[in-house]
Design a protein around this ligand. Structure first.
Ligand code: SAM
Length: 246
């Protein structure tokens, strides 16, 4: 069926790709790829010879009209990113929006996604979470975003560039407090996969002079509900007493 297929690809281990993803990649007319050299490795591994067209944040807007035209002509267009799910801190969302506006089918082929993999193995609360992704680099918007996160009861999830990790821990321990539990999910599905668990204070000390290498997803537990002021038994009794005596 023609349309835009958003295909999830591995976040490390090449085996993490679904049979359906492989079939769709093989039968597509064109594969839009964030980095064609990077994607070539995956496609070569699975012997897929579908033509590749580069599609990244710098040529996204130029490419859109050309891609839309091909879609309207009834082609099967696949979009993949360097890793994981397209559109999630990666190009794709804009094209999906345009297709939706033009009534062109958008079909997800689910696969790996770092945020979901990290959360599921984190040991933190998974019922409700906020995916923050990458923070803006500087300025008040970065501080505001972190402050808002620090006040949320839901698990908070960040994508952190490795060279920013220590700085991120400094900032977040200040705003979330040293005792807040966190999980660093590093290099998931790869040889050096590591889940480091501890408090933000401990993390700050542990990683101060030793920036961890590789790709990192950081999860911070939500603000404890106990921080929300609830009246004590004594207070309750007192207030009830007042109500009754009136
Ligand atoms: N679209 C991707 C997805 O679905 O996960 C995310 C792309 S984003 C540009 C890349 C960021 O995702 C990395 O900087 C890191 O924070 C996180 N990430 C990707 N692969 C990872 C892995 N194997 N282990 C831990 N985090 C990873």
């Amino acid at each position: 069926k023609p349309g835009l297929y958003l295909v999830g690809t591995p976040i490390g281990n090449l085996e993490d790709i679904t049979l359906r993803a492989l079939r769709v990649l093989k039968s597509a007319d064109v594969i839009l790829s964030e980095d064609t050299r990077h994607s070539w490795k995956l496609l070569h591994h699975y012997n897929i010879r579908t033509p590749l067209l580069s599609y990244h944040k710098f040529n996204e807007s130029q490419r859109e009209q050309r891609v839309l035209r091909r879609l309207k002509e009834g082609e099967i267009v696949v979009l993949i990113s360097d890793a994981g799910t397209p559109g999630i801190s990666d190009p794709g969302a804009e094209l999906a929006k345009l297709c939706v506006d033009e009534n062109i089918p958008v079909i997800p082929i689910p696969g790996p996604c770092a945020v979901v993999a990290a959360l599921s193995a984190s040991g933190l609360d998974t019922d409700e979470f906020t995916f923050v992704g990458f923070l803006s680099k500087h300025g008040p918007s970065r501080r505001e975003r972190l402050t808002a996160s620090a006040n949320e009861a839901r698990t908070q999830i960040f994508y952190v560039p490795p060279h920013k990790f220590s700085q991120f821990l400094e900032e977040s321990s200040l705003l979330f407090g040293d005792s807040r539990r966190c999980v660093m999910a590093r290099e998931m599905t790869k040889i050096h996969e590591e889940f480091w668990r501890g408090t933000l204070g401990e993390a700050k000390v542990r990683f101060l002079n030793q920036q961890p290498k590789g790709e990192m997803t950081l999860l911070i537990e939500g603000r404890a509900n106990s921080l929300v002021e609830t009246p004590s038994e004594d207070q309750l009794e007192h207030e009830l007493g007042e109500l009754i005596s009136h």
